[in-house]
Design a protein around this ligand. Structure first.
Ligand SMILES: Cc1cc2nc3c(=O)[nH]c(=O)nc-3n(C[C@H](O)[C@H](O)[C@H](O)COP(=O)(O)O)c2cc1C
Length: 649
């Protein structure tokens, strides 16, 4: 067959191992870790799904090689604990049985030990070890590793690699990027040693060379070693890409694949994990530059999930492989879809950081667009329904689309009615925000998917009890969404007030100076857009802080974007009245002032379309209300509820 993406689909040989295509599953954090540091059944299910989805290799995340100096709740592998090897062997086996290569990341967090621990007290009591004495930006003291400790750590890498190989892993990734221990040694910022492990580049790479040589010796020839490094540390004082080239040149004779990532923990999280405010593939240039300087195959990563873009990267020789983390969290079937010329069906990551926010809070996995994530082992995948039912989905927003798609894949006879003239619901507003275009595209993807799945789509069709009486569905999914709250304060007749939906959907021009009432996530994103468009912006927020509803990973990134603008933020400020020339605001100090604006944008929140919902309660034997129609929330909940509603029919 003629492949749409021939370069992405081409096998690649590393050492004696041939990988089936150029799409690798990058490390994606550990969850479901048992008390002895072994992977639990959900971890197995998670990795197995990525292998089944067609990835060339699946790298199990972050095996802590030296718990004595890297205390954390991550995976450990040691024969000291009976039964440990078996747990890893089952994971390797689950990856390999689907034709993917099983790899494992060998890691030491160095001074960032315990970063992802939930128990903050225990985390605070950990001893932090790094190349040099110092104090972390968060005030945690760091102690320099002795030469004896370094030797012990090097030996631990070898031992872990040998055990991993014995457990059935076919290759390994040595993590020397992102500010973790080996990166700390490579970095002129972190490494201030004056012995043979510090100073010159030759000295700074020494520990990595020792680790690579010990791992090679322990695993023998033909067991590919992938080295993960940051192509550039991307902060002042760290190494740049030209030094990254020299580091790569100094290490290439010991490795089979060079994985070029970017950035450093605590300095540039949103560069290592490119946020929605960065271009897709923003770090590819680092891999491309380093590839010009080395002879080993090079992998690139960072905000990639578009098959056409990834194909171009390989075709143009910028890299030999692409790796994905969030792209495969969102859609583990991505590689299979690429291989089958179904690139348009890929459900792309929207870079909302739900995945990274959930882990430190609950130690489980969530993904806004993938309801199955972390629960692959629980038997919740789509299976054909026992009997074909007549399903009516009311509402063509993301919840309705997801429910309709899932029900149709189960073999039901599905009709979706949408009251407006277009599918997409609230996601259609995101088209106005360049940094949220992926969310808009998500609705377009699902609109296409439901059509292919055979869903009958009826636009401009509101649904009420009478409609249901005639239609007689066996199951009714109510996904009618939410509507904007109206501003509760008085407004002059000649004041210009615009709701968020109107602003975005009708591409309204709010004038040169705007006052946004409401500093939640929606108001903040709107403020950023308005500022990017060159308008003067004021945000009036009643609460003490901006965007409390944003997740803990996305929020600081969003706030940093806002700080780069001239937006005026008034927190603890209550909008009292809307005037033609602005908004009368009561400030926290008891004074009032008029915040000037040619227009006022209302971003105070939404409410469910409860009247419609109530009218449909008796519309069918099975009725389920999902998404914003239940209570205004977010895409993650909407998709999760919609999926499970459809599974329950
Ligand atoms: C939920 C999550 C967990 C991650 N955990 C690890 C990890 O354990 N080790 C690691 O080297 N990188 C980890 N990363 C970083 C990814 O491997 C990858 O470098 C980064 O997310 C950028 O790729 P992406 O844009 O395809 O997500 C993690 C990323 C995510 C989203």
């Amino acid at each position: 067959m003629q492949r749409d993406y021939p370069n992405l689909c081409k096998p690649i040989t590393l050492g004696k191992l041939t990988l089936r295509n150029r799409m690798a599953s990058a490390p994606m954090g550990a969850t479901d870790i048992l008390a002895d540091g072994t992977p639990g059944p959900r971890t197995l299910g998670f990795y197995e799904a990525r292998a089944k989805g067609g990835a060339a290799s699946v790298t199990v995340s972050e095996l802590v090689v030296h718990p004595a100096t890297d205390g954390s709740q991550m995976l450990h592998l040691s024969l000291a604990t009976p039964g440990q090897l078996g747990a890893f062997a089952y994971v390797a086996d689950a990856i390999k049985r689907h034709g993917a290569v099983a790899s494992i990341e060998l890691s030491h967090s160095g001074q960032y030990a315990g970063t992802y621990m939930v128990d903050k007290e225990k985390k605070g009591s950990l001893c932090q070890w790094g190349p040099s004495d110092g104090v972390r930006p968060d005030g945690m003291p760091v102690r320099a590793l002795s030469v004896e400790q370094i030797a012990d750590i090097v030996a631990a890498y070898a031992e872990a690699a040998a055990l991993a190989k014995r457990a059935g892993f076919q290759m390994c990734m040595v993590h020397a990027g992102h500010g973790w221990l080996l990166n700390q040694f490579l970095s002129p910022y972190f490494n201030k040693r004056e012995d043979e492990y510090g100073g010159s580049l030759e000295n700074r790479v020494r520990i990595v060379r020792e680790v690579l040589s010990a791992v090679r010796e322990a695993t023998g020839p033909g067991f590919p070693i992938e080295l993960r490094m940051s192509g550039s540390e991307l902060f002042d004082g760290g190494y740049d890409v030209e030094e990254g080239c020299r580091i790569a040149q100094a290490l290439q004779d010991q490795i089979d694949l060079l994985h070029v990532s970017a950035g450093s923990y605590q300095f540039g999280f949103s560069l290592t994990h490119p946020s929605m405010f960065r271009d897709h593939g923003v770090n590819v240039h680092l891999a491309a530059r380093i590839k010009q300087c080395v002879d080993v195959p090079v992998a690139t990563i960072g905000g990639l999930s578009d098959p056409a873009q990834m194909e171009e990267i390989i075709a143009s020789g910028k890299a030999d492989m692409v790796a994905m983390a969030r792209g495969l969290l969102a859609d583990p079937e991505l590689p299979n879809k690429v291989m089958a010329n179904r690139g348009a069906d890929v459900v792309k990551c929207v870079r909302c950081f739900v995945c990274m926010a959930e882990r430190p809070i609950t130690q489980t996995r969530r993904c806004a667009v993938n309801p199955l994530i972390g629960r692959e082992f629980e038997g919740l995948e789509i299976v054909p329904a026992g009997s074909r039912k007549r399903v009516l989905v009311v509402g063509g927003g993301i919840a309705g689309l997801k429910a309709a798609h899932t029900a149709a894949l189960r073999g039901h006879d599905v009709t979706l009615c949408e009251a407006s003239g277009a599918l997409g619901g609230i996601l259609n507003t995101e088209a106005a925000l360049p940094f949220k275009y992926d969310m808009y595209e998500l609705a377009r993807t699902y609109a296409r998917l439901i059509e292919h799945a055979g869903v009958h789509i009826i636009l401009n069709q509101p649904v009420d009890a009478a409609f249901c009486e005639t239609f007689k569905p066996d199951a009714l999914i109510v996904a009618v969404g939410s509507e904007e709250l109206e501003l509760p304060m008085p407004a002059d007749a000649d004041a210009w007030v615009i709701g968020i939906d109107e602003l975005y959907l009708e591409n309204a021009d709010p004038g040169d100076e705007v006052v946004i009432i409401g500093g939640g996530l929606t108001g903040c994103e709107c403020a950023l857009l308005m500022a990017q468009q060159g308008r003067t912006v004021h945000v009036v927020e009643m609460g003490p802080e901006l965007a409390p509803d944003a997740n803990i990973r996305n929020r600081p990134i969003l706030l940093a974007e806002l700080e780069n603008t001239d937006i005026e933020v008034l927190t603890g400020a209550r909008a009292e009245a809307i005037q033609a020339d602005g908004v009368m605001v009561a400030l926290s100090d008891g004074t009032t002032r008029v915040v000037p604006g040619t227009s006022v944008i209302s971003a105070i929140g939404r409410r469910s379309r409860s009247a419609v919902v109530e009218g449909l309660r008796d519309g069918a034997p099975f009725v389920r209300v999902v998404g914003d129609a239940l209570r205004p929330a977010n895409i993650c909940l909407a998709i999760y509820e919609a999926y499970h509603a459809a599974l329950d029919i």
